[in-house]
Design a protein around this ligand. Structure first.
Ligand code: MEV
Length: 300
């Protein structure tokens, strides 16, 4: 999927970030607030002129359809050849599809002679996300376009959050997950069959978001880690965890992590871990090397 072939001259290049959801995946689809982080891994898309749409990498029908919609919206036609390189693994919960869609929107914009604002890139990418995920909240494409640390709520302008300290994160990949669409549908079915329970969980999640906004602002990693664990418990209760995710959490927590949770749709995919300091983050990443663990920091 990452191969770049020989093509015509590049007319536009664009990039999009990967993301990790700190609090609120799935609940954001149903209107709750959530917090997400841009991660320092990106996808780069190049577009060149072609007689008709041509892909210089292997891809499925959904990606082709998402590409058509974004090109049409941004450039007015689909007569381009498209290539991609990414530092992110697809289907791992780090927002590959959103980073591709944002990168494509920016590349198409440049090819058509316009520089998209971050909001315009996020909005165009949302067209792609609808193809990939059916009923996306918009959190992934927002983070892919803006990066940073954002408070997100469907239908509202996302808000950059104050971060009052340095937070040491690790991401480990538990392996293959189901499609985001299937996992979102699973949670929607739970909402329909258990509306009272789901409503209570939404309320709990909302409290976690308030706590996390404060913890981020005050640089309080211990508090933030505890809130991540509580968020994980809610996601696990909805059947979104797996034995490998639980194994990764156990290793992380036994090695000094303050919190560890599913990030993204779950059912596999990545675990977001918060360490108290750099040395511990490095130690945890080393222990989880077979899960392609990597570290990054957020804040000052
Ligand atoms: C996927 O990264 C996050 C979900 O909440 C879906 C969405 O918000 O569109 C599971």
């Amino acid at each position: 999927m990452e191969r770049r072939g020989e093509g015509s001259a590049t007319l536009g290049v664009g990039t999009g970030y990967g993301k990790a959801i700190l609090i609120g995946e799935h609940f954001v689809v149903h209107g709750a607030r959530g917090i997400a982080l841009g991660i320092p891994k990106k996808t780069t898309v190049r577009v060149g002129k072609a007689e008709s749409l041509r892909f210089l990498f292997e891809c499925g029908d959904m990606l082709k359809e998402a590409t058509r919609r974004i090109l049409k919206r941004v450039a007015g036609n689909t007569d381009y050849e498209v290539s991609v390189e990414s530092e992110l693994q697809p289907s791992a919960g780090m927002g590959w599809s959103a980073s591709y869609s944002v990168a494509l929107a920016r590349a198409a914009g440049k090819a058509a002679g316009k520089e998209l604002t971050r909001k315009e890139a996020a909005d165009a990418a949302f067209e792609g996300e609808k193809v990939f995920h059916g009923n996306p909240s918009g959190i992934d494409n927002t983070l892919a376009a803006f990066g940073g640390v954002m408070l997100f709520e469907k239908g509202r302008e996302a808000e950059p959050l104050k971060v009052g300290g340095r937070f040491y994160f690790v991401i480990a990949n538990s392996g293959k997950k189901g499609t985001t669409k299937e996992l979102v549908d699973k949670v929607s079915s739970l909402k329909s069959s258990e509306p009272t329970l789901f409503g209570e969980m939404m309320g709990e999640e909302d409290g976690l978001v308030d706590g996390a906004v404060t913890a981020l602002g005050e640089g309080d990693a211990e508090k933030l880690g505890g809130l991540m664990n509580e968020n994980h418990a809610l996601l696990a209760e909805m059947g979104l965890s797996t034995p490998i995710i639980e194994e990764i959490r156990k290793v992380a927590l036994e090695n000094g992590a303050l919190g560890a949770k599913i990030t993204g749709a779950g059912g596999g995919g990545c675990v977001l871990i918060l360490a108290p300091e750099e040395g511990k983050a490095k130690g945890i990443a080393k222990k989880l090397a077979r899960y392609s663990a990597f570290e990054f920091t957020v804040g000052e």
